[in-house]
Write a protein that binds this ligand. Structure first.
Ligand SMILES: [Fe+2]
Ligand SMILES: [Fe+2]
Length: 331
């Protein structure tokens, strides 16, 4: 689903002996950096951390919604949700593959997630309590993901940028299906509308947290200078609020922020203070679902081990057969 711009690991700063004028010049010319190109070690490490954190978020993001596939209220909604959750798995795969081009193994990345060393987006540590949450996640969480990921299509690292182009197309479908689900609830019975409102009340603030700490509180990295990140956390958050408020009005839903109001002078919506204590508590393992999510992810990984081993054995057998038959032809 998406990378969160938090950074509670030590910053990967460029070292003096890491200076690479040719690389800096290529970045300044907006050239795409490819896997075999010369790049500073700190650039490589920053990308590995960001892309793998993004991949983990996609895969863990399958869990809160996956539990609703069997409870979807119609065949149509079940098909849509199945497709969406499957898309998220695909996003994880593109991203793990993109990270691997930087010289890290997938096993190492997955070990880091399972051991708790690597983070994923804190939004997935909130529970999905009602069917309306599936709509709200699509509308707000995938909506925030799009806001964050569209600029990544212009990221300086080629494999990441190219993965993002396809991911963004699919995220756009995710956002629309969520909005459509909520629109259906909001034009339904009073109970359905109340369920939608309750859901938005619970997800609004965590969605704003998805953009990460204020720019003034962010640990400095070279991500902006290196063209990995193109727009700051606060600017992305403001864009999201400005885009989302009219959509809430269209749905007839309120957003749970008494300070939310149009500021004609700024040409943007003003909004209230984010609870950063909650943000860090959830990032650092204190959310309602942190333990459940990791338990389920590790279990899914272990349960799927025999499938991966069988697929690898089958591929090895096919490869051996291909070699044997080509040798026969040669003989
Ligand atoms: Fe998504
Ligand atoms: Fe995704």
């Amino acid at each position: 689903m998406y990378t969160q711009s938090f950074d509670n690991a030590p910053p990967v700063a460029a070292k003096a002996d890491d200076a690479n004028p040719e690389f800096e010049a290529r970045i300044a010319r907006d050239e795409s950096i490819e896997p075999n190109d010369d790049m500073p070690d700190a650039y490589r490490k920053t990308l590995i951390r960001q892309i793998s954190q993004h991949a983990h978020s996609e895969v863990v993001g399958m869990l809160p919604e996956g539990g609703w596939i069997t409870r979807a209220p119609s065949l149509k909604r079940k098909e849509i949700l199945l497709a969406k959750v499957q898309d998220e798995g695909g996003h994880g795969l593109y991203l793990y593959a993109a990270a691997e081009t930087l010289g890290v193994t997938r096993d190492a990345l997955i070990d880091a997630l399972h051991s708790g060393k690597a983070k994923y987006s804190s939004i997935f540590n909130y529970p999905t309590e009602t069917w309306a949450d599936i709509g709200t996640i699509g509308w707000l969480v995938d909506g925030a993901a799009i806001m964050n990921q569209v600029p990544l299509c212009r990221c300086s690292y080629g494999p990441y940028a190219r993965a993002m182009i396809r991911v963004c197309k699919e995220e756009s479908f995710h956002q629309r299906q969520g909005f459509d689900l909520l629109r259906t609830l909001c034009t339904g019975t009073p109970e359905q509308k109340a369920m939608a409102q309750d859901s938005v009340n619970r997800w609004w603030w965590p969605s704003l947290m998805m953009f990460g700490p204020h720019d003034s509180d962010s640990v400095h990295t070279n991500a902006m200078a290196w063209g990995i990140k193109r727009i700051s956390n606060d600017d992305l958050r403001q864009k999201f609020v400005d885009a989302t408020v009219p959509q809430a009005q269209f749905l007839g839903l309120t957003l749970p922020d008494p300070d939310l109001k149009w500021n004609a002078e700024r040409g943007h919506y003003d909004f209230g203070a984010i609870n950063w204590d909650e943000f860090w508590r959830v990032v650092n393992g204190g959310g309602v679902c942190n333990q459940e999510r990791m338990h389920d992810r590790i279990k899914a990984f272990e349960d799927g081990r025999w499938v991966r081993e069988a697929a690898a054995a089958h591929a090895a057998k096919q490869a051996k057969r291909a070699i044997d038959s080509s040798m026969k032809v040669a003989a």
